[in-house]
Design a protein around this ligand. Structure first.
Ligand code: PGA
Length: 251
């Protein structure tokens, strides 16, 4: 893996396997050090295509090397509004299919923002409270959207934003359409952790792959910090790792 400076930030650049191994190594070290102290490792996890090879690597380590998730607690970043947990495109279902069902995590330690609720503000506040009660997030995984969203914090999201209901951007709906069989089937709203919620994590790892992410990654790492590109707020975090493949990193 190579280090590449982009603006004030340093990216780790490598092939998909190298990136996933490096991120899995970080996670494994955290989980094991917390287990040695008799403590939980509190993770913030992400959906989308980007983390799938990482999750496959974690499952491999669980099966072949005995990496245990018994002391892992997980809070997902976001969830579509209105999809039940049994809907295959719900992030709840995706997380179980792609990771949780295949490791030894306690189902009681899995949290995904609510999809169906009567009062959005109450539901959001409850999710925030659960994160606080867990002692905050130790390690947060992020992808990046084509317009710079992290979680579903779309363009315009404030640095102080907390978990809340949000309208999905047109670009986000277009990107999700193939999985839903058309734009009209994509939920118009979601529940997402806020930028402020994300920035409170002790360590943040953003992964990006492919040339379609190149321009937005560059803006996030070296452009003006502000709500136009919510991922740019990561420039001000004290412990952020950018893990990019060479297509996403090339300037
Ligand atoms: P992707 O999504 O991993 O499917 O590219 C990232 C995101 O929209 O945050």
């Amino acid at each position: 893996m190579q280090k590449l400076q982009i603006g004030s930030q340093i990216a780790q650049v490598g092939g998909q396997d190298e990136l996933c191994h490096a991120v899995a190594d970080e996670l494994e070290a955290l989980i094991k050090s917390r287990a040695a102290e008799g403590k939980m490792a509190v993770l913030g996890l992400a959906t989308g295509g980007t983390p799938l090879p990482l999750y496959a690597e974690l499952i491999r380590r669980h099966r072949e090397q005995g990496l245990s998730f018994a002391n892992v607690m997980s809070f997902n970043l976001d969830e579509y509004e209105g999809l039940g947990r049994d809907h295959e495109r719900s992030y709840w279902a995706e997380m179980w299919a792609n990771l949780f069902n295949q490791v030894d995590i306690d189902p009681a330690n899995v949290a995904v923002p609510p999809s169906i609720f009567d009062h959005a503000e109450d539901a959001a506040a409850k999710y925030e409270r659960a994160i606080q009660e867990a002692g905050g997030i130790d390690w947060q995984l992020l992808g990046i959207g084509g317009e710079g969203h992290i979680g579903f914090n779309e363009k315009g999201s404030a640095v102080t934003s907390r978990t809340r209901r949000i309208a999905l951007a047109e670009q986000t709906i277009r990107d999700a359409a193939p999985g839903f069989g058309g734009e009209k089937q994509v939920p118009t709203h979601a529940m997402t952790m806020g930028v402020g919620t994300i920035l409170e994590a002790g360590r943040i790892v953003l992964m990006a792959r492919g040339s379609s992410k190149r321009d937005i990654v560059k803006q996030a790492m070296s452009g003006e910090v502000g709500p136009e590109v919510p991922a740019s707020f990561l420039q001000n975090h004290r412990n952020v790792g950018w893990f990019l493949d060479s297509d996403a990193a090339r300037s």
